[in-house]
Write a protein that binds this ligand. Structure first.
Ligand code: GLN
Length: 446
């Protein structure tokens, strides 16, 4: 634990991955672990962990990178944190993100700009940019991220690490500050596939505190890492190599598919015909869910309260106006509009129908193929500041990841080469609760 803090002190001045460090608590916890009898020590015993700052930690400030929660000290641990503590992990600090996990670059954080360790002029991706950068820079070997529309996989790709978005319901969301509750999943971000499997093993499974968590049994993920993928059927969605995807990302993906073929896999093209609906459906539905979820920040129950308010109405209006950032306000406006009486039928309901069509595309594809493979992101990491002006470019970076969240299926990003010395990621998508098979393929490729 001490060595971790030494590394963080050296590296994080450049990378700026952590919003806060909890050295005192961590050293105390580590000292207690030293007294555990050897036979009680599990596979993650004593290992350092970083936690994205939208996952609540008891007694440790949890900000979601918003001014709104600047002084919010939770009174309980998220289920994932509780489980990892039990497994003997030591949580060393909280990692930067886009405000309330809305974004793809970590630039909308109210606190700091995190930098890509491969090139400090570039973003680490987002919204789990702090998690990805801290792992890539070797500050910590394990981090938790969250993925609503790509926020684990895209930063993992940009930083050259392994990031898994589990099946919706595989991991408890209890203690996760929601972006969009019907999409959000917590997942592991690590250097290797094996580490990733170990971390998911420890957090997966039914939790009474999250009614959307699944009772389906959690298999032994490590046993899946056999390297044997002979006869495996891989589908390559045509739409995911088309418009908007850079030449580098396409070439690296085709190269990776050759490697998998040489290991005995069978590769075929497949169509996911409703892909073009995914991005607009994703933004309408998640904004609707976000606008309703964020209504709780009223200056009374939680978080920031304006000092300039003279009556109740002003407490609501000024607290929200002063503490929410620009991107959060934009989504609240979009979401409120979408749910309004005049638009509910022609926008929200239509988006829900599109969601069902996208999910059906995946069901049809998995009737024929074991996994689907695509680039994890259409480009390498952009320069800091580069697309803050252009919201459409920013949204476009989510075209390859958001359909997976609409369908609720699991997907991983594993490193698959470089372009101009910046990493590229390969996305391996599986059927519902098929994380073990994803790990098998990722490990064979790695
Ligand atoms: N970039 C996407 C968005 O801004 C994904 C966010 C996420 O997965 N948390 O909504």
């Amino acid at each position: 634990t001490e060595a971790t803090y030494e590394r963080v002190a050296k590296t994080d001045e450049d990378v700026q991955a952590f919003i806060s460090l909890n050295k005192e608590q961590a050293l105390e916890q580590a000292a207690q672990l030293d007294n555990e009898p050897v036979e009680n020590r599990g596979p993650l015993f004593g290992l350092p962990l970083g936690v994205k700052d939208n996952i609540v930690t008891k007694g440790i400030t949890t900000t979601a990178a918003s001014r709104m929660l600047e002084d919010f000290v939770p009174v309980y641990d998220a289920t994932v944190v509780e489980r990892l503590n039990k497994a003997g992990m030591v949580s060393v600090g909280k990692l930067n993100l886009d405000e309330f996990a809305m974004g793809s670059t970590t630039e909308t954080s109210a606190y700091k700009i995190t930098r890509n360790p491969w090139n400090l002029d570039h973003v680490p991706g987002g919204s789990s940019g702090g998690s990805a950068a801290a792992v890539a820079a070797g500050e910590i070997p394990f981090a938790l991220g969250t993925d609503t529309g790509g926020s684990i996989r895209q930063p993992a790709a940009f930083c050259g690490i392994v990031g898994m978005k589990p099946t919706y319901g595989r991991v408890s969301r209890s203690g996760l500050i929601a972006l969009a509750s019907s999409f959000d999943q917590i997942g592991p971000m690590t250097r290797t596939v094996e580490d990733n499997a170990l971390l998911l093993q420890a957090i997966a499974g039914l939790d009474a505190k999250d009614s959307s968590s699944s009772p389906i049994e959690v298999p032994n993920y490590k046993e899946a890492l056999t390297g044997d993928i002979k006869g495996l059927k891989i589908g390559v969605p045509t739409e995911y190599l088309g418009e908007g995807v850079s030449e580098e990302a396409r070439a690296a993906t085709l190269e990776a598919l050759k490697v998998l073929e040489s290991l005995g896999a069978i590769v075929e093209e497949v169509s996911l015909p409703h892909s073009t609906y995914a991005l607009p459906a994703y933004y309408f539905i998640t904004s609707a869910e976000a606008s309703s979820g964020l209504a709780r920040y009223d200056g009374v129950h939680y978080g920031y309260r304006s000092e300039n308010a003279k009556n109740l109405d002003e407490i609501y209006r000024k607290s929200r106006a002063e503490a929410f950032g620009h991107d959060v306000k934009r989504r609240i406006l979009l979401g409120t509009y979408t749910l309004g009486a005049g638009h509910y039928d022609d926008i929200y309901k239509k988006a829900q129908r599109a969601r069902a069509l996208v999910a059906q595309d995946f069901a049809d594809a998995f009737a024929k193929y074991d996994v689907l493979i695509s680039p994890a992101a259409p480009t390498t990491a952009m320069k800091i500041g580069e697309d803050s002006v252009d919201i459409v470019t920013k949204f476009m970076s989510d075209i390859l990841t958001t359909p997976i969240n609409l369908a609720g299926v699991p997907a991983i990003s594993v490193p698959c080469g470089f372009s101009n010395e910046l990493p590229l990621g390969l996305q391996i998508i599986g059927n519902h609760f098929d994380e073990a098979l994803i790990y098998k393929v990722a490990h064979a490729y790695e």
